[in-house]
Write a protein that binds this ligand. Sequence first.
Ligand code: KIV
Ligand code: ZN
Length: 417
Amino acid sequence: MWLQRFLAATRGVRAPLKQAILGRYRRSGAVLFSDTTLRDGEQMPGATLDPEDKLEIALALEGLGVHSLDAGFPASSESDRAAIRLMVGRVKGPILTALCRTLTADIDAADEALSGLSPRKRGVSLFVGTSPLHREHKLRKSRTELLELIEQTVDYATRKFEIVAFSPEDASRTEPEFLTEVYQVAIGAGATTVGFPDTVGLCTPEKARGFIRHIQDSVANLDRALLAVHFHNDLGLAVANSLACIEEGVQVVQCTVNGIGERAGNACLEEVALALALHQDQYGRAGSIDLSRLRAVSQLVAERTGCPVAPNKPISGRTIFATEAGIHQDGMLKHPDMYLPFRPELVGAEGVEFVLGRHSGRRAVAHRLAALGLSADDPTVERILEAIKSLPKGTVVEEPQLRQLVAQESREPTDSA
Ligand code: KIV
Ligand code: ZN
């Protein structure tokens, strides 16, 4: 909100003043969530979304409290343009940004797709590969040529947009001293955010920290832009890397719901937001995400993309608040926090489920019976438990079967009864 108000208030105001206020914002410490579910997330094979799906997810993300939405890549398809057009005027909270290569045609396409939005609610997100691999084999450009291209296209974008982000694709495999030049040129040309994309997901938290410190120490004009990070999850470290960079002081984290995205996906928004909230003592910085909506948004994205979440996925997995092991069941019946890091309600789940299966204990059986209003003495509970343990592997006893077992074991005399 602060940034949006500031950008609105400073339209047409002298750049130094705008930058001074931006600098104050940088120092304010808030962590801004930039969601890229609808762009990088959709790049996951099979995760294709129709424009209507995208609108529905964008509205859910707005409810979640994300700061900005990577709404799509207008130059890439009619469907992306249609989706952005649907969002314009309907998605009111987050800033909508459109992805562009360093091509004026892409920036023009973004300008058209986002037309009608107030300048403080729309932006472009430019990217170009900067690593030796990209320079030599994809772009066939020297460092100097690339710097010129960045300067010209960022400058071009600033004539149409107040909010201009620039990311050096494959930053984590780019020579650090060249990265410094790239950022300086982009910020000099008017970029209001610069990103650090770990495009192939190779970073470790320590290396990510090293990059951020290097950028902070060497980019002379960094006080004139926000610093964003974008981690892919090829080593399963995207969330850890994002959190490490938050600790180093970056202002923006780019994430996707359910961590979907190219190859192994992106940093999972839910996981970054929850860790940030639960470890305020460590990070000391606020996020804006409404945690109680996390499971619902995750479910919506899973349904619309057709990419289900694993049952044990943190925050949104089906079984993460279900316990079958007798020792855990007993402990959690004594105190709900015994084997939980946080209460299920925090992320919008209903509560703990005591699953009855081969590993269960008698306390859970008694608990489930009581919840159904059924009573059974201790020997009967014991017999029910024995019956459950002898059921085929993987059986989970649901209510009808439990009622049957109660009826059966209550009337069956045993040797010890
Ligand atoms: O991973 C990446 O490098 C990207 C760019 C488009 C920023 O998604
Ligand atoms: Zn990416």
